[in-house]
Design a binder for this molecule. Structure first.
Ligand code: HEC
Length: 205
């Protein structure tokens, strides 16, 4: 009885044995397991439904409609007239930070390798390729708003990319960084680069 059963299985194997053979290894053409097959059919069915719902009948919102909707909700939540009515921060209305926490945050940004400030202005802001940022002679203004604008826009013609490296900073980060630079005023670091008097003006805070 047992012998017979074994033979049956072996007989079946003959039917599903594939014709190729490599190095004596043969392969059986076993069917895929049902759970796998049904999962596969399910994804096909789902893709048809998805296609109809979003792309053919357009019942569901498109990505740009979803974006639009979220912007409108945000405008409602923040009491704005329209989604594009986000007020730009007026740098002149901001205050120079003097607390150690924000100044330390500013210092961290200044020395951050990806921001590149120290490559051009030096670790003590004493000036290298770029000008010394610790003296009283400035080309583009020395108050908080002016420095924030200098960093935000850079001077591509003169060799300074926006944000130093193109890696964007938030307004708060600009404020921290610029406050840190202001805190360095008058530190007279060793080897400070002499100001370019043809373009700089004395600037008192
Ligand atoms: C690739 C070199 C380079 C990098 C990187 C760079 N700077 Fe500059 N920076 C310059 C040069 C050159 C100038 C002078 C521009 C001019 O002559 O008008 C300048 C000018 C400035 C000024 C205006 C100085 C003035 O006299 O008004 C500030 C402020 C400043 N940089 C801050 C920064 C900060 C902060 C960073 C990092 C986020 C940075 N820079 C990164 C080269 C650089």
């Amino acid at each position: 009885m047992e012998e017979k059963e074994k033979n049956l299985i072996l007989d079946d194997e003959q039917d599903i044995l594939l014709s190729h053979e490599y190095d004596g290894i043969q392969e059986l053409d076993n069917p895929m397991p049902p759970w796998w097959l049904y999962g596969f059919y399910f994804t096909i069915a789902l893709s048809v439904v998805y296609l109809l719902y979003y792309d053919v009948l357009r019942i569901g919102p498109s990505q740009s409609e979803e974006y639009q909707r979220e912007m409108e909700q945000a405008a409602l939540r923040y009491g704005l007239e329209s989604p594009t009515d986000i007020p730009a921060i007026d740098f002149a209305s901001l205050e120079v930070f003097s607390d150690s926490e924000n100044l330390e945050a500013g210092r961290q940004i200044y020395i951050r390798p990806t921001q590149l400030c120290i490559t051009c202005h030096g670790a003590q802001a004493q000036g290298l390729v770029g000008p010394d940022l610790t003296n009283d002679y400035w080309k583009h203004g020395c108050d908080l708003a002016a420095i924030m604008t200098s960093v935000k826009q850079g001077f591509p013609q003169q060799g300074m990319p926006a944000y130093g490296s193109g890696q964007r900073l938030t307004d708060l980060e600009l404020q921290q960084l610029s406050s840190y630079l202001i805190s360095l005023r008058g530190t007279m670091p060793e080897g400070a680069k002499p100001p370019d008097m043809s373009r700089s003006v004395r600037c008192d805070l």
